[in-house]
Design a protein around this ligand. Structure first.
Ligand code: NAD
Length: 309
């Protein structure tokens, strides 16, 4: 039987990690929120005479992520006390604390090698009974945990939240070939009953279910728009409110997701399918690549298809 989940650790405090920690906090579950140690000082930190070794600098990414969530509109997105249930920190100094949690959620950049490296660090501090999951949009759960021990693999699975995790009911649960069935059913129940999600069990195929279809739709829409000479606003007008999706039209969705993350997610299908017709759709879009190279990552950078006001 799966241990009850009383405390969690969320690793990666970007768009999804910070919001997942906040959703857990709303459900009364405290968590650690950990990110990497910054390699450069901000102008403000330098002006204050801080160094890269200062604890406030070392844990800056997770601290800033919580501050940003507090300002998220429409307010109140979270209950007033959500931030008190999140302990921000950095991986180097605080990863050992995962020995005290019941669930570790990996929410870092969508890259197989980075995720494998992080899982090996997690395993070094992991205690039997703790569930470990990945929020990957579509990278293989089996590939990610291939180098881990058997006991760890029995506790490892995908728990794919959708953006924004506060509102999106869908959550894909993806067992790996070694995941203990008791962990799969325990996590399904927990995510449904405690986190209010509608869980869909998915197979460990490239991009699982929702992102295999969703990414396809977004890429075809982008291609059609270019070929037929439509504007971003026109496409959003017919794929947003008109379809009963208040904000989430095609390009607004891409801005919300993050264009860098979307490119990684699409590439994952391209690299893992052999069908040429499917490959052609999932091949990297020069438009998206150009925007990412310019630093136009969407809402998180202030500019994507739309300029954030
Ligand atoms: P993001 O770019 O906003 O944040 C990633 C965070 O991970 C950053 O804060 C970064 O500093 C940190 N990070 C990078 N490498 C790290 C490492 N080696 N160790 C620890 N932290 C590291 O990305 P995101 O949009 O939050 O996506 C995170 C994961 O969630 C990805 O796997 C993505 O595919 C998945 N996902 C994203 C969305 C979405 O809409 N953005 C939706 C569902 C799932």
């Amino acid at each position: 039987m799966m241990r009850s989940i009383r405390k969690a650790a969320v690793i990666g405090s970007g768009v999804m990690g910070s919001a997942i920690a906040a959703h857990l906090a709303n459900a009364g579950i405290p968590s650690l929120l950990l990110d990497i140690v910054p390699k450069q000082l901000t102008e403000e930190e330098a002006a204050k005479g801080l160094t890269l070794e200062h604890p406030a600098v070392r844990s800056r990414l997770a601290v800033q992520a919580i501050a940003k969530l507090k300002k998220t509109k429409p307010a109140p997105l979270y209950d007033d006390t959500f931030a008190e249930r999140i302990t921000p920190g950095n991986l180097e100094d605080h990863l050992a604390q995962i020995a005290d949690v019941d669930w570790v959620i990996e929410v870092i950049v969508e890259n197989l090698d980075a995720k494998k490296e992080l899982l090996s660090k997690i395993e070094a501090h992991w205690k039997e009974g703790t569930v470990v999951s990945s929020n990957t949009s579509g990278i293989s759960i089996n590939a990610m945990s291939a180098d881990c021990g058997e006991a760890f693999k029995r506790h490892f699975l995908g728990t794919h939240f959708f953006n924004p995790p506060r509102y999106m009911k869908l959550l894909e649960v993806i067992p790996g070939e070694h995941t203990d069935p008791a962990i799969v059913s325990g996590m399904k129940q927990f995510c449904e009953n405690r986190l209010g999600k509608g869980v869909v069990l998915a197979k460990d195929t490239p991009n699982f279910i929702a992102n295999r279809i969703g990414t396809y739709g977004l890429l075809v829409t982008l291609q059609e728009m270019q070929e037929k000479g439509y504007r971003v606003e026109e496409v959003d007008a017919v794929t947003g409110p008109a379809l009963g999706r208040p904000r989430s039209a095609t390009f607004r969705t891409l801005d919300l997701v993050g264009l860098d993350t979307f490119v990684h997610v699409a590439n994952n299908v391209y690299e893992n399918v052999s069908d040429e017709a499917e490959k052609a759709v999932f091949a990297e879009s020069p438009v998206l690549r150009g925007m990412v190279d310019k630093g136009w990552l969407g809402e998180k950078s202030g500019q994507g298809f739309y300029l954030k006001k």
